[in-house]
Write a protein that binds this ligand. Structure first.
Ligand code: C2E
Ligand code: MG
Ligand code: MG
Length: 711
């Protein structure tokens, strides 16, 4: 557009030739001497040309043969609105002039006043103004495009007039049509979720008061459909010379996606992925809350139920993990179904679940829930096309101000669960502080037990096994005793289960096996009369998972040079339940080398008879519960009778355990039971006493053991 480089191109529309010629001359005398002037007398032709060519300026006469007044200008601007227009007229009229400028004319010249200078100046200003206007319009257009294209909506709030401009995108975010959006702040503020209102107004005011460098707030807004969406509003105030905010403008972005991702992450952190139930963390949180409420108001009691599925491992192992998972999901679902709204159910991990019962008034409400869980489980689960019946052991702990941490309360519920599982799986128990004591004691005992062997605190006691026919000692059962430095003598029933759980049972068994075999070998060698003495050693189920069990046993025998046939291993019938294949293999290996196997406590386990089929035991030991109850004509006597016969039919020896009276011994003899053991003959004895007993028997070869021990 510069006048120096390229000549100015002027479109002149003027029907009067003389006027046109005058303009030409004035231009020739002006700064625009080199201007190229194209002259037309009619507006129609000029419009055509305007569409085809590019001009720097238009000089327009308002009175033309084919058009008149402001409408000429309107048509011109309509055809091309980037070229500046100067009006040439004979009429001096303010109103027309204003109208013309409003319609887009850059200037208005009265023909008779036109001079070369005036014209040149008018042209120069007109082009400058138009250029700026075009540039402004372009930048406005770009801005409008940017606003329309941006993901964010734009708002602009004039605080003086309280008029708010909302960009189309802003309206779009909320699904509003321009008609629905009144240009006031209510369009925005009224849609904000009521919980967020105060926070947003505070943040806004803080920025307007100059307390914050900018305004920023995340909140929920309801869109046109009435759904809540998460938005982030940001803004910056424009201030007057006194620092007072006069206007604030900013953006609005939809952050619903981010919020839902955040919510998902929070959910994942607090829920169990498999069942979707709250996890241990969330459960402890809720428990904390319940504990705080209880501390404030003791009347608000609650209970925690700790649930553990029984034999879940067996289900998992036999049906596969997918089936196990399905059972857990279904169990969680059933639990969730019958709880009241304020209660919580959580999966703590593995097959452990927990329930928080809020607002219980007494213990029986909690035990009733435990009973209902059992009922719930009595309905079969159909998993992987198989019907499964599951049971759970449940421990209950009640709110008590003594608890400081939620973890402690949960631990006590766990303890109660553990206790009931050991005693009677599939039932429930309520925690009492006595359990806590016991648990602590157990923990101490467990630690002590680890060093009991090395400290020489263990001893083997020997209880004679007597042939009823000859009334002689044919062997001993080795029974373990623990002389605890503080607690004194502890019986095996109190520490063997502990040893089994903590894993020390292996060390204990190998210790007693070696010691008892060594002692027995010594007795055998002390006198030919004792050459056939046998030793029975109790072996825990757990040891059969050791694939070297048979080999290690043989090594012990070789070490102490005891004939294999003198060693009798006592196994409780439940042993075979757990590790069938391994157990059978180890037992067969031992039987092959001559070791004898005794089935201990026969009659107390599950489905005893089927176990007799699984393995060819050498001897049956009838549990003392039958023996002690067996009186003349009683049902138990008939059971003992049947068991003795069973042994005979299956070609097994029978030992009756727990004979305490002469009458019982007599009964057993009548029933032709071949061997017996019990306090009537002798209590378990330390090695020296057992040895003394043997010596006396030897010296009184003809007298019965009963005479030996009781005289
Ligand atoms: P068990 O193998 O059935 O041993 C017999 C238990 O009955 C012994 O109890 C014995 O003292 C007791 N007993 C014997 N005669 C009578 C009687 O006439 N009346 C009464 N009321 N009881 C009698 P103890 O020594 O307390 O052992 C208990 C259980 O501990 C044993 O039962 C056995 O299962 C286990 N046990 C003992 N020593 C060991 C061991 O070294 N290893 C393993 N794994 N278990 C052992
Ligand atoms: Mg035994
Ligand atoms: Mg027994």
């Amino acid at each position: 557009m510069s006048s120096q480089s390229t000549p100015l191109r002027i479109l002149m529309i003027e029907d009067d030739r003389i006027e046109a010629e005058l303009i030409r001359r004035q231009l020739a005398q002006s700064a625009y001497t080199a201007a190229e002037i194209e002259h037309h007398q009619r507006i129609a032709r000029a419009l055509e040309r305007l569409r085809e060519e590019r001009y720097d300026i238009v000089l327009l006469d308002l009175n033309l043969p084919d058009g008149h007044g402001v409408s000429n200008l309107t048509r011109l601007v309509g055809a091309c609105d980037t070229v500046p227009v100067i009006i040439l007229t004979n009429v001096e009229d303010e109103r027309t002039a204003t109208d013309l400028v409003r319609e887009g004319a850059q200037d208005y010249l009265i023909k008779r006043h036109i001079t070369a200078d005036l014209l040149a100046r008018a042209i120069r200003y007109a082009m400058a103004r138009k250029g700026a206007e075009v540039r402004l319009r372009e930048s406005e257009k770009r801005f409008a495009l940017a606003v329309a294209g941006a993901r964010d909506g734009i708002w602009d709030w004039d605080l003086e007039t309280d008029v708010v401009y909302y960009s189309p995108r802003w309206l779009d975010l909320l699904g509003l049509t321009p008609e629905q959006a009144l240009p006031g702040p209510a369009t925005w503020l009224d849609r904000i979720e009521s919980d967020d209102q105060t926070g947003l107004r505070k943040a806004l005011q803080a920025h307007l008061d100059g307390e914050t460098p900018h305004f920023e707030y995340e909140c929920r807004m309801s869109n046109a459909a009435g759904e809540l969406i998460w938005v982030l509003a940001r803004g910056l105030a424009v201030r007057d010379e006194h620092g007072r905010a006069v206007r604030i403008a900013g953006s609005l972005s939809d952050i619903s996606d981010r919020k839902s991702t955040e919510a998902m992450l929070v959910h994942e952190a607090l829920h169990d992925a498999l069942t979707g139930l709250p996890n241990r963390n969330l459960f402890l949180d809720r428990l904390d809350l319940a504990m705080r409420q209880h501390r404030r108001d003791r009347k608000r009691k609650f209970a925690v139920l700790f649930l553990d599925l029984d034999r879940f491992k067996a289900i998992n192992d036999s049906l596969g993990h997918a089936a196990g998972d399905e059972l857990l999901i279904e169990f969680g679902r059933r639990l969730g179904m019958f709880l009241r709204p304020g209660d919580s159910v959580a999966r703590l991990g593995g097959d452990e679940f927990a329930i928080l019962l809020n607002d219980v008034t007494n213990l029986s409400e909690a035990t009733r829930v435990a009973e209902r869980v059992h009922e719930l489980l009595s309905q079969k689960f159909v998993i992987a096309d198989k019907e499964i019946f599951a049971t759970a052991s449940i421990g209950i702990a009640l709110s008590d101000v003594k608890y400081e941490r939620s973890g402690d309360l949960l631990r006590d519920a766990d303890l109660a669960m553990y206790r009931t599982k050991r005693r009677r799986a599939g039932s429930y128990a309520v925690f009492d502080s006595f359990m806590h004591e016991t648990a602590l004691q157990r923990l101490e005992l467990e630690t002590d037990l680890r060093s009991a062997i090395s400290r020489g605190e263990l001893a083997v006691y020997y209880q004679p096994i007597v042939s009823l026919e000859h009334m002689r000692v044919v062997g001993f059962e080795a029974l373990m005793r623990w002389f605890h430095p503080v607690r004194g003598l502890i019986g095996p029933d109190d520490f063997i289960p502990l040893a089994e759980e903590s894993g020390t049972i292996g060390a204990l068994t190998w210790w007693i096996m070696r010691e008892a075999c060594r002692q027995t070998r010594a007795w055998q060698q002390s006198d030919p009369a004792f050459g056939d003495l046998s030793i029975s050693v109790n072996v825990s189920t757990r040891l059969f998972s050791d694939p070297d069990f048979a080999q290690r046993t043989v090594r012990v025998l070789e070490e102490v040079q005891l004939p294999a046939s003198a060693l009798h291993l006592e196994i409780t019938e439940n042993a075979l339940l757990e590790h069938e294949a391994e157990t059978l293999r180890e037992l067969s290996a031992l039987q092959k080398v001559g070791v004898k196997l005794h089935l201990d406590d026969f009659g107390t386990g599950y489905s005893s008879l089927s176990y007799l089929n699984l393995f060819a035991y050498d001897t049956l030991k009838i549990d003392r519960s039958f023996v002690s109850a067996a009186r003349d004509g009683s049902r138990d006597r008939r059971i003992v009778d049947a068991l003795v016969n069973l042994g005979r039919v299956l070609d097994m020896n029978v030992i009756a355990e727990g004979v305490e009276t002469q009458e019982q011994a007599q009964n057993l003899r009548e029933l032709k039971c071949c061997m017996a053991q019990g306090f009537w003959f002798s209590k378990p004895l330390p090695a020296e006493s057992a040895e003394a007993l043997l010596a006396r028997e030897r010296s009184l070869a003809s007298s019965s053991i009963r005479n030996l021990t009781h005289n």
